[in-house]
Design a protein around this ligand. Structure first.
Ligand code: HQG
Length: 180
């Protein structure tokens, strides 16, 4: 499968496993899982024919390991806007985590801290390189350091997704250090 098709399938899966399952007649269970057979049937109905081997390839080769296959089920590892409970246990974060954003957001972030916006959690990266890539989706990236260790000691809960994204409800401004 060529790169273009792989990216197209990955975007299609993200859209329907995180945001709009109903658009193709799917319902995610409470933990975000859907039966692979149901997904493949839905894609066929939609005219976006996808074979099981293409699906396996996209999941295995995915640059950010966005999806998990488990027996006859599949789910997105994080990033949902529909209500799901991924059932991730609380985890102790490293001392620092990083958040990639853009300059336009800084004034508001400085005042209010980080909010989940449309997603369920604020997404934090384990290293600056990853955070830089996240910020670069929106323009010239700005990377903020998050004092995750101090947040954790102050009672904030963290989770880590199956693909290594750190999740927390919000980051108050006092735990952020701005840099460019
Ligand atoms: C910003 C992608 C103003 C925040 C990525 C971000 C990630 C504020 C945007 C994952 C704010 C939300 C998540 C505040 C936060 N005022 N702006 N108080 N608080 N923001 O897309 O972290 O490819 O929901 O800085 O790689 O950019 O989809 O979050 O710019 O891992 O797998 O509001 O999505 O992964 O944007 O990205 P998003 P994100 P996938």
């Amino acid at each position: 499968m060529d790169e273009k098709r792989t990216v197209k399938v990955s975007k299609y899966l993200s859209r329907h496993l995180r945001h709009q399952p109903e658009r193709i007649g799917l319902t995610l269970d409470a933990q975000g899982w859907v039966r692979i057979d149901d997904l493949l049937e839905a894609t066929a109905r939609q005219g976006f024919a996808l074979t099981r081997s293409e699906l396996d390839l996209v999941v295995a080769a995915n640059d950010k390991q966005r999806f998990t296959l488990d027996g006859d089920r599949i789910r997105a590892n994080q990033g949902h806007t529909v209500p799901v409970d991924l059932g991730l246990p609380p985890a102790e974060p490293p001392a620092y985590l990083y958040h990639g954003t853009v300059a336009q957001a800084l004034e508001s972030i400085r005042a209010e801290g980080l909010h989940p916006m449309d997603r369920h959690h604020v997404h934090l990266s384990p290293d600056r390189e990853t955070a830089t890539r996240v910020g670069a989706r929106r323009g010239r990236p700005v990377v903020l350091s998050v004092h995750a260790g101090a947040m954790h000691r102050a009672g904030h809960t963290f989770h880590v997704s199956a693909n290594g994204v750190w999740l927390t409800d919000a980051v108050p401004p006092e735990f952020l250090r701005m840099r460019d």
